[in-house]
Design a protein around this ligand. Structure first.
Ligand code: JFZ
Length: 459
């Protein structure tokens, strides 16, 4: 083990109440909102087929024109209560919002810059209104903060000389002050999600990322911080030079999920974040984004996938420039939330089911406190049947379809094929989305057939 000053602070996952609460959430609402919601991916009549929040860079927009958008950010149709209702409809247990994205615009009235919501026509503290509305509904609020800042004169991508070092030291001081300000203005915040930490300049200042984590934890007991913040003494990111995870959970799964059979990820806490369109976080009005929206059952599949490997799923919403949520995204939230309303016991507070192999037709999840195992069937086979293979030595005793009133499944529940292998006839598709079964299991009495070992599998 190398001696690191700014490496991981622990070897095992946190087990305090705040961390357990975060771990149990499983479903969160991500929100990307800022000036980029106004042009929404279109500049001078042309659609720019790239993530909407990157528009100023991709379309090479002069800084003064980008800043002038602040005059049009009137919040004509913004209502924090309606946003929070969307999160309730989705069944989200937490929400993570961009307080400042790469363009440097702040959703709260920061005393350390003029480029913020307080200097727009309404002058409202959007962040404060959101914290109040979500928390009133029992939904935890986390803050996204981009360390990368395209506008700040002291930001540097690389540090080439003394002048760069001095400028960047001033920048880190500015960012630290903003983070202190956020922690003091909104002390009920439950976590911080850092982004924009991949440049050489940040990697050369691992001490600062360590100090940010320390400062936040001192001010906000229980606060949860993502691994993307962190770099160690040698610039190693997420995982330190000794191979230990920094921060409280791994946040590298972005618009992709771990392989469903890769149990190694279940060794630590993690979260995946996902866009509803193919590739934009901020609202993008063009067909490039709007024709690629995910189906609600795809979202359900991803939620179950993450839960089955002990991870949280953060679904992104990009509200529009007038402050309203995009109707298509609200609709998806409703459908996913209805499914969770019936089947949520297989998701919330659930995680990796030890001993159960990846079944291919969906996922096994297990309630972390009761031990109840669930089968979530997101990919119904063309045969209409699934095989349930239980851990060695176990057998299926009962099977209960969640929300099953009147479903044909109830008439022919399951049969044993051999030992621990059972077959379930799903009884035909329903429009209510993926089926979920609660499994009642027992130990096989009598001799248990041994599994045939595969001599070609290395262990
Ligand atoms: C970043 C941002 O640039 C983007 O606008 C959005 O906020 C997203 C959540 O985070 O984008 C990234 C960051 C990391 C990776 C890819 C895109 N990555 O690690 O593959």
């Amino acid at each position: 083990m190398m001696d690191l000053k700014y490496g991981a602070s622990r070897e095992k996952p946190r087990e305090d109440a705040a961390m357990k609460r975060f771990r149990g959430h499983r479903v969160g609402q991500f929100i990307h909102w800022g000036l980029y919601a106004l042009p929404a991916g279109r500049w001078e009549g042309k659609d720019v087929e790239f993530a909407a929040e990157f528009l100023p860079r991709v379309a090479k927009i002069p800084q003064h024109r980008w800043e002038a958008l602040a005059n049009d950010f009137t919040l004509a149709d913004f209502d924090a209560e309606r946003w929070a209702d969307t999160a309730v409809a989705l069944g989200a247990r937490y929400m993570t919002i961009t307080t400042k994205h790469h363009d440097g615009f702040c959703l709260w009235p920061s005393t350390h810059t003029d480029f913020h919501m307080g200097n727009t026509p309404s002058g409202r503290d959007v962040l404060g209104e959101l914290v109040a509305a979500y928390e009133a509904r029992g939904i935890d609020v986390n803050f996204y903060y981009s360390v990368l800042d395209w506008r700040h004169p002291d930001w540097r991508f690389t540090l080439e000389n003394d002048a760069d070092n001095l400028a960047f030291a001033r920048y880190l001081d500015f960012a630290m002050k903003q983070l202190v300000e956020l922690a003091e203005r909104y002390p009920s915040v439950k976590g911080f999600w850092f982004d924009g930490t991949w440049d050489e300049s940040v990697k050369a200042n691992g001490w600062w990322t360590w100090e940010v984590e320390r400062m936040l934890k001192e001010r906000i007991p229980g606060v949860v911080v993502n691994s993307r913040l962190r770099a160690d003494d040698f610039g190693a990111r997420h995982v330190d030079s000794n191979g230990l995870l920094m921060g409280d959970y791994e946040s590298g799964y972005e618009r992709r999920l771990p392989e469903p059979w890769d149990r190694s990820v279940a060794a630590h806490d993690w979260e995946a974040c996902m866009t509803i369109p193919q590739a934009s976080w901020g609202y993008h009005q063009g067909p490039w984004a709007q024709s690629t929206l995910k189906h609600p059952w795809d979202v359900v599949d991803m939620i179950a996938h993450c839960t089955s490997l002990g991870g949280n799923f953060l679904l992104n919403f990009g509200p529009r420039g007038d402050g309203s949520m995009a109707p298509a995204e609200v609709e998806i939230a409703r459908t996913v939330g209805q499914w969770l309303g019936v089947n949520g016991e297989a998701i919330y507070g659930c995680g990796f089911a030890e001993g159960w192999e990846y079944p291919g037709w969906g996922y096994f999840t297990q309630d972390s406190s009761t031990g109840q195992v669930f089968a979530v069937v997101t990919r119904e086979p063309a045969s209409g049947r699934i095989r349930l293979e239980l851990p060695t030595g176990m057998e299926l005793v009962g099977l209960q379809l969640l929300g099953s009133a009147g479903h044909p499944f109830n008439e022919h529940p399951f049969k044993r094929l051999a030992g621990s292998v059972f077959e379930v006839d799903l009884g035909g598709a329903t429009s209510a989305g993926p089926l979920v079964f609660a499994l009642e299991t027992g130990a096989i009495t009598g001799p248990v057939a041994e599994k045939e070992p595969n001599p070609d599998v290395l262990d």
